[in-house]
Design a protein around this ligand. Structure first.
Ligand SMILES: NC(=O)c1ccc[n+]([C@@H]2O[C@H](COP(=O)([O-])OP(=O)(O)OC[C@H]3O[C@@H](n4cnc5c(N)ncnc54)[C@H](OP(=O)(O)O)[C@@H]3O)[C@@H](O)[C@H]2O)c1
Length: 244
């Protein structure tokens, strides 16, 4: 039976896929706490969607501030049925560029922020024996491609973290869903030439459907499942000579 979510938290809610997740959850009757840094974007969203959305300005790299913000959201909504970690960054990396600050930012936002927020939410749900956690990972986590080592590493680690959470929490009634989108039209991919690009609205719609079904791991769109099965099988000595 499909899950229904009365109260949700979306981390990374101010644009792109996260904004669409908030819009679609609210349209389905869910009350949503929206977390991100850009207050003006969050206010715009709340202004449009009304009092079903509350906004919380927060930088996920401020790890010490997360518990108080999480507790405030739980109090405000009277609990949580769904927590989605969507925050992510992918700075452009040139062919010969090595920039530790960019690598650090990707690990801090894409991975450590997820561990902080999903760790808090997972413990809260475990104590209550119910709830759904979801992480927006990526097809980029399936192989270490040449273009952006820091991004691929952060998403591979996020995928593994989500699997560990699932194995830890499923016996306590908590569902953990890993979403692996292919390229999506958002600020992150603006100006890039990418295959099978889909709108953020479609990505959010398919991702929410997988969360309602309690899927384990889902590619969005599903076309990526057979493609990534083949890409994962390409031997390293061949893969390193390609541009995929
Ligand atoms: N676009 C794609 O092709 C694609 C494909 C696969 C996976 N993904 C993943 O999908 C997720 C959403 O990306 P998007 O494409 O929708 O890009 P986006 O429009 O740039 O959205 C990124 C979101 O992350 C938030 N964020 C970034 N740094 C943050 C920080 N330090 N603290 C709090 N929030 C932060 C942003 O909010 P603020 O800037 O307001 O803080 C924004 O809400 C990311 O995890 C990305 O890796 C994207």
């Amino acid at each position: 039976m499909a899950r229904t979510f009365e109260r949700a938290l979306v981390v990374g809610a101010s644009s792109g896929i996260g904004e669409q997740l908030v819009r679609q959850l609210v349209a389905g009757g869910t009350r949503v706490a929206a977390v991100a840094r850009r207050e003006a974007e969050l206010r715009r969203l709340a202004g449009e969607l009304g009092d079903r959305v509350s906004i919380h300005v927060h930088d996920v790299r401020d790890y010490d501030a997360a518990p108080a913000t999480f507790d405030r959201i739980v109090d405000e909504l009277g609990g949580l049925d769904l927590v989605i970690y969507n925050a992510g960054v992918m700075p452009t990396i040139d062919e010969h560029e090595v920039d530790f600050d960019k690598d650090r930012q990707m690990v801090e936002v894409n991975l450590l922020g997820a561990m902080r927020w999903l760790g808090l939410a997972g413990a809260w749900m475990e104590a209550r024996g119910a709830g759904t956690l979801a992480g927006i990972s990526s097809v980029a986590g399936d192989r270490g491609r040449r273009g952006n080592p820091g991004y691929h590493t952060s998403k591979a680690a996020l995928t593994t973290y989500l699997e560990s959470l699932r194995n830890r929490l499923s016996r306590y009634g908590v569902t953990v869903v890993t979403i692996k989108p292919g390229p999506v039209e958002t600020d992150m991919t603006r100006g890039m030439k990418l295959p099978l690009l889909i709108p953020a609205e479609q990505c959010a719609r398919e991702a929410l459907s997988h969360m309602r079904d309690g899927a384990v791991e889902a590619y969005v769109p599903a076309t990526w499942a057979p493609i990534m099965t083949v890409i994962r099988m390409v031997p390293s000595f061949v893969f390193r000579r390609t541009n995929i």
